[in-house]
Design a binder for this molecule. Structure first.
Ligand code: FAD
Length: 523
């Protein structure tokens, strides 16, 4: 197997795809925030690994010497995830959260043996998929442990089986999004899971964080795709999910989906798959206001007419994202842009598009044709690269997300926006879109840009705290799809309450009695 592309340790994505700021954008940023070049600190190294010779030898005994790595470069690449906080720390040369050792098992049996070694040598184990966590999910508390092991799933990339009759496929956890899609495409199938982190995030990570992709309206969020899971826990290995549906007690799949490496290592995931779409069409719609567009989305969801992709930008995001806002608004006011996408057979796409066009027209939406839709499709994975270019010139860019019921949407939107605007400093820009839609509610995804303060980590921590407080005060969730990690823990505990925390602690004590798995994450 050829080595996979690694992300730059201080930036998002494929290093070959890194871009500098386009001239027009640079001009706009100069006007809004001023430009202050912020070069990354090159050449920093992680702290020397601290791990006993006996523990190291035991790890090597399981996977072989060549798959136990303590070199600085490998450990730097397995340090933290890719939130803006993570990037700012990496840019400043702070690699203090680096694991002591990176271990690369080949299969489930090796993971079972590794967890036994970790328990007996008191090693903290951090399962590592794509390293795209944006919530501190890869930062284990190390104080009570002899060393921190990054359990890198990079060698587990097989398609274990396909059931073409039931339309399911069983995948190993280390497959990145494009790798999983390529293997499924050989069978004419697709998973249909396309988060913005698609290029680097893995199947195991999708399950461990309950990820949601940009086509969730059509294909479903990742946890809804999972039919079965195998998980190696320190107390034993368990496979959950035995039928398309059952009434056999509580659904144990839900214990492991979203468990963020704290209860076990997911070693295989059986997912529902679909036939590769024959046709893909993307169409833009204009709405006079965010509220009008949101009402239209709700109607579509409640009438059972959701397309494969649906997202709606608020006024600010619409204006910023369009090079020529007047092109969708006619005379100056761009309103709010909705993107709809249809994927499937020719007849299914034609029927869904016609029904949706009729309904949205009745609701006074303006059909903008395919150009805005295609423009979104072509740029859908670009924003994280742009974030790096903006950090390069001293602009803090970050995102956060939440979800609530339709009846609470306006309050949540207003409260989180106000919390961010009041804490990020003068001139900060707060953008929002509805990213995922259900019959009963939707998720709100915020993007912020602000002039970096002298201490940008503190600046963002203050804003994030205010926004998170606003979410919980509004009765919304602290996360719709980014997961809990370490960053969301205080609010997660408020969301599920003391009894919820007690339940999770009891499950953790049963499956991981020595507490070696991702200590400090989630609970
Ligand atoms: C630029 C960017 C865009 C993003 N866009 C989206 C989006 O559109 N939708 C979305 O849902 N998320 C998005 N995310 C968040 C992120 O991609 C997800 O959380 C992702 O699902 C994590 O997958 P990963 O393989 O990178 O996991 P990692 O980051 O490696 O790990 C995440 C957590 O899961 C645990 N874990 C990983 N693999 C396993 C395993 N096999 N068994 C047990 N535990 C495991 C880790 O220990 C960690 O706690 C985005 C992130 C970035 C940086």
């Amino acid at each position: 197997m050829s080595p996979q592309i690694e992300m730059h340790p201080q930036r998002w994505g494929d290093p070959a795809a890194a871009t500098s700021l386009p001239e027009t954008a640079r001009g706009l940023i100069e006007l809004a925030f001023g430009i202050t070049e912020h070069p990354m600190l090159a050449g920093s190294t992680p702290p020397a690994p601290v791990i006993g010779a006996a523990a190291l030898a035991a790890l090597e005994g399981v996977v072989g010497v060549e798959h136990v790595l303590v070199d600085d470069a490998t450990r730097a690449l397995r340090t933290r995830g890719k939130s803006t906080t993570d990037l700012l720390k990496a840019r400043s040369g702070d690699l203090s959260d680096a694991p002591d050792v990176v271990v690369r098992p080949a299969d489930q049996a090796e993971i079972e043996a590794l967890l036994a070694v970790a328990a007996s040598h008191r090693l903290a184990v951090v399962p590592f998929g794509g390293g795209t966590s944006v919530t501190g999910g890869l930062v284990a508390a190390r104080a009570a442990y002899a060393a921190v092991v990054s359990l890198d799933l990079v060698r587990m990339k097989r398609l274990l089986g396909v059931d073409e009759e039931s339309m399911t496929a069983t995948l190993e956890p280390g497959l990145r999004g494009p790798e999983a899609e390529a293997l499924l495409a050989e069978h004419g199938m697709t998973l249909g899971h396309f988060p913005q982190s698609f290029e680097f995030a893995t199947v195991g990570g999708f399950a461990a964080t309950r990820s949601s992709g940009q086509s969730s309206a059509g294909y479903g969020r990742f946890d809804a795709l999972v039919v079965a899971l195998t998980v190696v826990t320190p107390s034993g290995t368990i496979t959950v999910g035995s039928a398309p549906a059952n009434a056999a007690g509580p659904d144990l799949r839900q214990v492991f989906l979203g468990s963020e490496g704290t209860l076990g290592v997911i070693t295989s995931v059986t997912v529902r798959v679909r036939r590769q779409p024959v046709v893909k069409e993307y169409v833009g719609w204009r709405w006079p206001s965010f509220a009008a567009g949101a009402d239209a989305m709700r109607t579509l969801a409640q009438e059972g007419l959701l397309p494969t992709v649906i997202r709606l930008s608020d006024e600010a995001e619409t204006a910023i994202n369009l090079a020529d806002p007047s092109s969708i608004g006619g005379a100056g006011d761009p309103g709010c842009l909705m993107i709809t996408g249809f994927e499937g057979t020719q007849s299914a796409v034609a029927a869904k598009r016609a029904a949706l066009t009729s309904l949205l027209t009745d609701l006074h939406g303006v059909d903008l044709g395919e150009e805005p839709g295609l423009s979104w499709v072509h740029g859908r994975f670009n924003a994280p690269y742009l974030r790096d270019s903006m950090l390069d010139v001293g602009v803090l860019v970050e995102t956060l997300e939440t979800a609530t019921f339709w009846s609470n949407r306006e309050r949540l939107y207003a409260d989180v926006k106000a919390a961010l605007e009041s804490t990020l400093g003068e001139g900060a820009i707060v953008l929002c879109h509805i990213s995922h839609v259900y019959e009963t509610g939707c998720s709100l995804y915020f993007t912020v840009a602000a002039k970096e303060a002298a201490d940008p980590l503190a600046q963002w921590a203050t804003a994030k705290t205010a926004a998170s407080d606003a979410m919980i005060a509004a009765g919304a969730t602290i996360t719709h799809h980014h997961a809990v990690g370490t960053d969301h823990k205080p609010w997660f505990e408020q969301e599920i309450g003391p009894v919820g925390v007690q339940v999770l602690r009891a499950i953790k004590a049963s499956l991981d009695p020595a507490g070696i798995l991702n200590p400090g994450v989630l609970i």
